[in-house]
Design a protein around this ligand. Structure first.
Ligand code: ADP
Ligand code: MG
Length: 334
């Protein structure tokens, strides 16, 4: 008998998905990218994505304010729309709630969701509500749109492309460590926890990068680049080399890691839930795109490595020497 712990989350998806990929109508992109893509109008494709947050797995009810939890539940979905270069339009919310849950707690959860639907001009159009025998479960699905000529997939990376990220890596993973270590928090720790509990989807960055022909592939960083880059490699049939000293690290993360003895590169590459974007860029286009990005967003598009022809091999280097990470990106079952 095969155990889930042997094949992992991604092994499971690879096991069942072929059956549902074999007979898709023309123009439909199914399982395998950040969103499904469906034909819609001449100047727009329909994007669909869904993500679930389970109490005890994705959050601890006593370590996150309900308002932040509501906003995060939606933000993680918006991040998948951003990864395709799209704009979100509407959302559906399904909740499983244990009987004893406070109504005021739920009011605040909806406040957090409503903050973000209002600021991003998204309409909550439906959902489902049930009782849960144990954990709170929050599932949101988001529909969005993208111009057919701009949509970016995980599959477009080619050897020689540069690998870039749109924000700091590891802050959220650091924040999670702070929450789990349960020690007193200073300013740096509070910043990291905030980044973990209240991530921002890089919608503007994704839409801007989608307009650039030189961007060959894009996805959001949800499981850590160690895991997410492997998804791009699989879909694009290539390998990648990452220079650890190039990973963009915030001041608070550097200081907290020094104080608490964390391996900075491990937190940055495998921590996950950063919800920035990772994009591959044709090398001849990178200088122009990086300059434009900095002008537009006031911060750097960080180059962290490159795509190689070594199919399935993700190599790390630190200051020119081969390096190995002691842990891997997030997988629900491994
Ligand atoms: P993301 O983190 O961007 O949502 P994942 O890497 O978790 O994407 O999932 C990879 C792909 O597998 C996505 O296209 C996702 O929609 C699909 N997928 C994951 N779980 C299921 C499932 N239970 N049924 C169908 N498709 C799934
Ligand atoms: Mg994603």
């Amino acid at each position: 008998l095969t155990k889930l712990t042997d094949i992992g989350e991604f092994g499971l998806i690879a096991r069942f998905s072929p059956r549902f990929l074999s007979n898709l109508p023309a123009g439909v992109v199914g399982i395998g990218d950040d969103c499904a893509v469906l034909p819609w109008k001449k100047d727009a494709r329909l994007l669909v994505t869904t993500d679930m947050l389970v109490e005890g797995i994705h959050f601890l009810r006593d370590r996150i304010r309900p308002r932040d939890l509501g906003a995060k539940s939606l933000a993680v979905n918006l991040s998948d729309i951003a990864a395709m270069g799209g704009k979100p339009d509407s959302a559906f919310l399904s909740l499983a709630i244990p009987r004893g849950t406070g109504v005021e707690w739920l009011d605040r959860l909806f406040k957090g969701i409503g903050d973000l639907t209002a600021s991003e001009n998204i309409h909550l159009l439906g959902g489902d509500t049930t009782r849960s025998p144990g954990p709170v479960v929050i599932n949101i699905a988001v529909l969005g749109r993208v111009h057919p000529a701009r949509v970016k997939f995980r599959s477009g990376a080619r050897p020689g492309d540069e690998v870039c990220v749109t924000g700091f890596l590891g802050d959220s993973g650091g924040g999670l460590r702070v929450l789990l270590e349960n020690r007193r928090q200073g300013r740096d720790e509070a910043y990291l926890v905030r980044r973990h509990n209240r991530p921002r989807a890089h919608l503007a960055e994704g839409a801007w990068l989608a307009g650039k022909k030189g961007v060959t592939a894009m996805m959001d960083v949800s499981d850590g680049i160690d895991s997410d880059l492997r998804r791009i490699m699989e879909r694009s049939g290539c390998g990648a080399a990452v220079e650890l000293e190039e990973l963009p690290l915030s001041g608070p993360l550097r200081r907290a890691a020094a104080v608490r003895g964390w391996n900075l590169y491990e937190v940055a590459a495998t921590g996950g839930e950063d919800y920035c974007l990772v994009a591959t860029v044709r090398p001849d286009c990178l200088p122009g795109i990086a300059r434009g990005f900095e002008r537009k967003f006031g911060r750097r598009l960080s180059r962290i490595g490159s795509i190689t022809g070594e199919r399935g091999k993700l190599r790390y280097r630190l200051n020119g020497n081969p390096a190995v990470l002691g842990r891997h990106g997030f997988d629900h079952f491994r």
